[in-house]
Design a binder for this molecule. Structure first.
Ligand code: GDP
Length: 371
């Protein structure tokens, strides 16, 4: 089963580790997830979903297992990384491996925590910090594109028409990056996107900016993040911004759940920052959730939006994908209305779908596969 992961990046001292440790403190017990990576830099977190809870009530089983996403702490970015500064290229390679990026930007002011980035001491400068990091990612992409362009142009000259088409796409991406836009700003057809997937471009990955604010800045009436959002619209229209106070999140974790909820309510926060970050990550990855009801567990799983039934089967077990015959399915909302599997069967509401069926968010699936 391939894992979907979100890499946490940002300049030093912006709060990445604090965010990561808070996330891993809410991490799932790994015994339910034999595929989990055992790595101190990887935290596997549950995706909150009320439907699983409800499903567990209607179809009681020993266990309820939520869907998960992974967060990866990618330390080591400094200005000049694309030229090999700091951990340089190794750092950039680590980002290539993730599916989406959570870019932490420092908003909090704290003279005891040095700002690292542009050599300028003083007040937080989130826009400038963001530019430093995004520039490194863009430079790394430009270098990868230049190398690939060299090869494909040579192939194109020897009459390879596919290579000529790829070279055309690469050239457009180069111009886009040269103009200061991330590669995702260039509109590519599905075919074109597929043709350059091998490059794993960093600025093609979906991004959320995590604005790490202080507790005072978190108050709803003080929005220090608005200007940042506005400025970002021009540079990165698809980007998502999530506001979080990393230090507060870390402190909240030392409280028991009841105290935590009370404290959060007193601060006027409906939902913890970590939960918002997990949800945003989930949307960023364009995932759909489907459910399975087994003898021992009800479970939520993730697939990319648009995935067909055999791919969903493969998330559960590669044998199910290989031997896929059909999927029996009912949507969660209908199942909830009917109230039990037996009734749903009696009413003939469980449909049989074949290999071309596109899984919907909220489908309950039973796979039939050849052994
Ligand atoms: P990283 O280098 O990006 O991983 O940053 P860290 O998470 O190690 O944080 C650097 C320093 O900033 C630590 O001393 C943190 O305690 C501090 N820090 C992180 N978040 C906040 C915050 O929201 N407010 C304040 N005042 N300090 C913070």
């Amino acid at each position: 089963m391939s894992r979907l992961s979100i890499g946490i990046v940002g300049l030093p001292n912006v709060g990445k580790s604090t965010v990561f440790h808070a996330l891993t403190a809410v991490a799932v017990p790994t015994e339910n997830y034999p595929f989990c990576t055992i790595d101190p830099n990887v935290g596997t977190v549950e995706v909150p979903d009320d439907r699983l809870q409800r499903l567990g009530e209607l179809a009681p089983r020993e266990r309820r297992v939520p869907a998960v996403v992974e967060f990866v702490d990618i330390a080591g970015l400094v200005e000049g990384a694309s030229r090999g500064e700091g951990l340089g290229n190794q750092f950039l390679e680590n980002i290539r491996g993730v599916d989406a990026i959570a870019h932490v930007v420092r908003f909090f002011e704290d003279p005891s925590v040095a700002r690292v980035g542009d050599g300028v001491v003083g007040a937080a400068n989130p826009m400038r910090d963001r530019e430093v990091v995004d520039l490194e990612l863009a430079l790394a992409d430009l270098e990868a594109i230049a190398r690939a362009l060299d090869r494909t142009v040579r192939k194109a000259r020897s009459g390879d028409t596919d290579a000529a088409a790829v070279a055309g796409v690469l050239d457009r991406l180069r111009q886009c990056l040269d103009a200061g836009q991330p590669a995702c700003a260039e509109e590519l057809s599905t075919e074109e996107a597929r043709s350059i997937r091998f490059l794993n471009l960093l600025t093609l990955k979906p991004v959320m900016y995590v604005a790490n604010v202080s507790e005072e800045q978190l108050a709803p009436q003080v929005s220090v993040v608005e200007d940042f959002r506005t400025a970002l619209q021009a540079a990165h229209p698809q980007a998502v911004v999530v506001e979080i106070c990393a230090r507060l999140e870390a402190d909240l974790l030392t409280l028991d759940p009841v105290e935590r909820a009370e404290y959060q309510a007193a601060l006027g926060l409906a939902e913890g920052g970590l939960i918002r970050m997990i949800r945003a990550g989930y949307h960023l990855l364009e995932l759909h959730t489907f459910f399975t009801i087994g003898d021992e567990e009800v479970r939520a799983w993730t697939v990319r939006a648009g995935a067909r039934a055999p791919e969903a089967a493969g998330r559960v077990h590669s044998d199910f994908q290989r031997g896929f015959i059909r999927a029996e399915t009912i949507h969660f909302s209908e199942f909830e209305r009917i109230g039990s599997l037996r009734q749903a069967r009696e009413l003939g509401r469980i449909r049989s779908e074949g290999k071309d069926y596109v899984v919907r968010d909220g489908d309950i699936l039973f796979f039939r596969a050849a052994g």
